[in-house]
Ligand binder design. Structure first.
Ligand SMILES: [Zn+2]
Length: 272
């Protein structure tokens, strides 16, 4: 099993990465994808991914960091060309907070989708014609209270819908229908184990088996019964996978096999 979304570059894991990966392996979690939030963070994530066989990374600008510009798309393009960098993101929209302002979040999202399309088309950044690797890689979407806004926007980008995963799905059945009809994947965190998250469990029952993945979003969102434990670590993704199996009424073994298949197909890695 792979934790498809965590943040090993965050201060909680400083000097703790080898121990964290060891604990994960002991829990049957054989790897993780560390997701970046800025260009500098993408470099740091790539460094960790290169140092550990079972770690992969992504490159992109998180909507809540969209005001930390100017964003160095050259760095992000250099990262995405690396074989250990398996996707873009996380990128998207966050309406939960009033900052950064909506205009900035939208501008950076549009800019980022433009960079992805340039790389797909093999258009090099000025002065860096060799940095066109990474075409067609998947895209990790951060969408908080923004489903009806972001789905049309991603649709309009012309990028293949099957390349998108909506990470940390916390929406309703209607939101799930929206993203499934669009053609994206949904990924669940420990939120699915929370008492007040019946809407998320209901939505999780609706998704076809080949459209779901699991993640921790560590250091945040420890699943029950460890909800009060800080930080959340990749080892805990197992609890989320167990909860998802229960919610969907399948055995853990079947869920496990399906999640490995989905993760391997979507990110182009060998998830075991
Ligand atoms: Zn995240």
């Amino acid at each position: 099993m792979i934790d498809t979304h965590c943040h090993l570059t965050f201060p909680e894991f400083q000097r703790e990465v080898p121990r964290t990966l060891g604990e994960a392996r002991a829990a049957g979690v054989n790897g993780c994808i560390t997701i970046s939030t800025t260009a500098d963070d993408a470099l740091a994530a790539l460094q960790i991914a290169r140092a550990h066989e079972s770690v992969w990374c992504t490159a992109g600008v998180h909507p809540l960091y969209s005001d930390k510009g100017p964003h160095d798309w050259g760095i992000i393009r250099a990262c995405i060309a690396d074989p250990k960098c398996v996707g873009w993101g996380e990128l998207g929209l966050d309406n939960h907070y009033s900052k950064p302002p909506k205009e900035i979040q939208l501008a950076v999202l549009h800019e980022q989708l433009g960079v992805i399309k340039d790389v797909d088309r093999g258009i090099g950044a000025v002065g860096a014609p060799s940095m066109t690797g990474g075409a067609g890689k998947p895209i990790v979407v951060h969408c908080r209270e923004a489903f009806s806004e972001i789905v049309p926007l991603l649709k309009a980008s012309g990028i293949a819908p099957g390349r998108f995963v909506f990470h940390c799905f916390t929406g309703s059945v209607d939101h799930m229908r929206l993203l499934l009809d669009f053609g994206a994947m949904a990924s669940f965190t420990g939120v699915i184990t929370y008492k007040n998250a019946e809407n998320v469990r209901e939505a999780a029952r609706l998704a076809p088996a080949d459209r779901i993945m699991v993640e921790t979003d560590a250091p945040f969102l420890s699943p029950e019964p460890l909800r009060t434990k800080r930080p959340c670590t990749p080892a805990m993704v197992r609890l989320t996978a167990e909860a998802l199996a229960t919610v969907r009424g399948v055995s853990f073994e079947d869920m496990h096999r399906q999640l490995n298949e989905n993760t391997s197909r979507f990110f182009g890695i060998n998830a075991t």
